[in-house]
Design a protein around this ligand. Structure first.
Ligand code: 2AL
Length: 165
C-alpha cells in the first residue's frame, strides 16, 4: 500500500491495513489518528512510540496471533504470510536445534504461561535459542517489557514491508 493511500484511507481501511502488523487496538488507533504522515520514516517512528507501554492484557492478546518459533503459521492471511517469511530464516532445522527449540518453547510456556516471542527476521536459529535460554531466567515483569519490545520490532518491520513511499 502506498503511504499516500494509507493517509487518505477511511479509518476502518487504515486500521485494517495496520492490524496484521500488531493487533493492539490502542496502537492501531493512535497511528490511524496521527495521519497524515509526511514520510514512511515518520510513520515508522510513530509506530515505535505508539501506546507505550502495552498492558499485560494487550500483550497477551497480541501474542495469540503468533505461532511458536519453529512452527509454520497456518493459512494464507497477510498475518500468516508475514510470519512464514520472518521464520524462513529458521530454514530446514538441524534436528538437534529443532529439538532444543521445542524443549525451550515448552519450558518457557511452563514458566510464563505464554508463547515465547522474538523478532525472528534477521536472527539465526542459534541466536534465537540463546535468547530463549537467557530469557528463561527473567522475572515475569522483565519478560513483559521484553515481549512489548519484540512486538514493536516485529510490527515496525512488517509496516516497513507493507507501506511504501
Ligand atoms: C514469531 C513470528 O511468527 N514472527 C516472528 O518474528 N516471531 N513468532 C514467535 N513466537 O516469536
Amino acid at each position: 500500500m502506498l503511504l499516500e493511500d494509507f493517509n487518505a484511507a477511511g479509518r476502518p481501511e487504515a486500521a485494517a491495513a495496520l492490524r496484521p502488523c500488531l493487533d493492539i487496538g490502542r496502537w492501531i488507533e493512535e497511528l490511524v489518528d496521527s495521519r497524515p504522515f509526511g514520510s514512511t520514516g515518520g510513520l515508522l517512528d510513530a509506530a515505535r512510540r505508539a501506546a507505550e507501554p502495552f498492558t499485560a492484557a494487550e500483550v497477551e492478546a497480541a501474542l495469540a496471533h503468533h505461532p511458536r518459533i519453529g512452527e509454520r503459521a497456518a493459512g494464507n492471511s497477510t498475518e500468516a504470510r508475514l510470519s512464514q517469511s520472518e521464520q524462513a530464516t529458521l530454514g530446514v532445522p538441524d534436528p538437534a536445534v529443532a529439538a532444543a527449540l521445542a524443549e525451550g518453547n515448552r519450558s518457557y510456556e511452563e514458566r510464563f504461561g505464554q508463547v515465547f516471542l522474538i523478532r525472528a527476521a534477521g536472527r539465526s536459529r542459534e541466536e534465537i535459542l540463546a535468547a530463549l535460554n537467557t530469557r528463561l531466567a527473567h522475572t515475569p515483569e522483565e519478560e513483559l517489557a521484553v515481549i512489548g519490545q519484540q512486538l514493536r520490532e516485529i510490527a515496525v518491520l512488517r509496516l516497513e514491508g507493507l507501506i511504501r513511499a
